[in-house]
Design a protein around this ligand. Structure first.
Ligand code: SAM
Length: 303
């Protein structure tokens, strides 16, 4: 393991690490599950399509890997429609302390055989990786992120392995990684020549230190994760994916509670904002279920 990777891992996941201690995004940065229930609603639409493709089995899993405070898992549990709720098993997976949420099981590892939908929401950006300054002869960089003299980059191989391992746990259904990141064309063009490694504490970007006092993160090479996990898959923007799942953000002028409808529309707009959460990537793999049964054709992700 490269020294920077082990320092990063120790800072987040060592005995006194940032996430080991139980720090959660809610206290340090804003993620989509904290915006409101709308992301969970969209994932329930996706889960319904998975459920239908699986023939509405007796048990349907929703597994949230890297669950943080468990907000997404809890909202999926709470909002599950009556047709699904009795068959739905929700598991939140995190290496941090277990939290007590009604109807949500906590685990430190994803179940070995998932039938339903496994989601990694802003999980992969928290998987530590080697930090390099070019030139470098690293084979992952040679394939995915050509670096020139003096340019900085993160070696995404540990994310590829983490994601491939998670997708391999899906016996039938789908796996979805949602994260901020980049694609090879933009990396190769030098758009990320300074690297993307960053630290956050208390809602602010801070100078990275490896002492467990801040979150350490970097953009995710989702195209490399896609290739590592293989199979039938698409990589699209959150903006397009949410639109395809029915979250368009338009306000019905005849809505009985117009104010509530307008508030909801503004949360949907935040989730779909170009340059913000809407520019996150959705990497969706189908396992025994064609991705075309889950999402219509959408333009490829280009953050
Ligand atoms: C950036 S937070 C995202 C939390 C939440 N999904 C959200 O979007 O608000 C990343 C989370 O992934 C967890 N994590 C990192 N590696 C993990 C692993 N191998 N297994 C389970 N959880 C992990 C961390 O402990 C942390 O809570």
């Amino acid at each position: 393991m490269v020294e920077s990777e082990s320092a990063w891992r120790g800072a987040l996941y060592g005995p006194a690490g940032f996430f080991t201690r139980g720090e959660v995004p809610a206290d340090h940065f804003r993620t989509a599950p904290l915006v409101g229930p709308e992301l969970a609603e969209a994932l329930l639409v996706l889960l319904d399509r998975v459920d239908a493709a699986l023939g509405r089995p007796d048990r349907v899993d929703f597994v949230d890997v890297g669950a943080g405070g468990g907000e997404l898992a809890a909202a999926v549990r709470e909002l599950a429609p009556r047709s699904l709720a009795p068959r739905l098993v929700v598991t939140a997976v995190d290496v941090g302390p277990a939290r007590s949420l009604p109807g949500v099981a906590w685990a430190r590892e994803a179940p070995s055989s998932v039938r339903g939908l496994l989601v990694g929401h802003e999980w992969l950006d928290a998987v530590p990786c080697p930090l390099v300054t070019g030139p470098s002869d690293d084979p992952w960089l040679a394939r995915w992120w050509p670096v020139r003299e003096g340019e900085r980059a993160e070696v995404g191989a540990p994310r590829d392995a983490a994601w491939a391992g998670a997708v391999a746990r899906v016996a039938a259904g789908a796996a979805l990684a949602v994260d901020y990141g980049h694609v090879r064309a933009d990396r190769a063009a030098g758009r990320y020549a300074a690297g993307t490694f960053a630290a956050y504490r208390g809602g602010r970007r801070v100078e990275p230190v490896f002492d467990g006092s801040c979150d350490l993160t970097a953009h995710v090479a989702l195209d490399a994760c896609a290739a590592a996990a293989g199979g039938d898959r698409v990589l699209v923007s959150q903006r397009d994916a949410l639109g395809a799942l029915g979250l368009t953000g338009s306000v019905d002028p005849a809505a009985p509670d117009w104010l509530a409808a307008a508030e909801r529309a503004s949360r949907v707009a935040e989730l779909r904002a170009v340059g913000g959460l809407g520019s996150f990537g959705w990497l969706l793999h189908g396992v025994g279920v064609p991705v075309s049964a889950l999402l219509p054709p959408l333009p490829p992700w280009r953050p």
